[in-house]
Design a protein around this ligand. Sequence first.
Ligand code: 13P
Length: 259
Amino acid sequence: MADRRPLISGNWKMHHDHFEAIRTLQKLAYRLTNEDAELVDASVHPPFIDIRPLQIVIETDDLPIALGAQNCHWEDKGAFTGEVAPPMLAKMHVSYIICGHSERRELFGETDDDVNRKVKAILKHEMTPILCCGETLEEREAGEAEAKVERQVRAGLDKVKGDQVAGMVIAYEPIWAIGTGRTASSDDAQAMCGTVRRVVADAHGADAAAGVRVQYGGSVKPTNIKELMTMPDIDGALVGGASLDPDDFARIIQFRLQP
Ligand code: 13P
């Protein structure tokens, strides 16, 4: 972590109906202090159906937690049954939208091209994309991890201006570490997050690389976050399973206080 502001994001995936989402958010907020809010940005990314109720709770109680989404379409409106458009999310004051998560790529066939369209649509509506990248175990064992991540980052950011990239977030999530309890070692995570930043520097310039925040994701827990956050190119975390538990997620946001 350099002097970029840390961003810890909770991807709730397909968990929590709107009652559970509200309870989880309130418990999380209860555990966070003013100092946490001064030092760290935190976001939650519930299923679409929970976004409006959480917006009301966040704004009514002035909670220091940003609202996020897990996906969106790239068009503003139209005949796209089942999809949600970026302006609809902007209207609910969504700040961050995850795009190109490995589950969307692998299970729902999202391509690099789709992900690039989403990145540009999110920026157009003045929200922040969290662009995901990461390799499978087979790709890592074949020595292809860097090339895969480089391709995903270049394609995801194609034709995005450098000053916009500077304000973005890129999440490096090795697929073999997601939900497996198997975290990348902090050195491996640093090496790949460093690769992400080098690719950004090469494609979009030094200022973009200095500004972009790079998150690590994959079995992040209260017990491993502190060490990950000491790494120079890791600016935050995209947390799945552990973000469903408000105690664990608060401790991850409070990484500086962990033993
Ligand atoms: P886990 O933290 O459950 O491994 O999930 C990581 C992830 O996919 C976050 O987007």
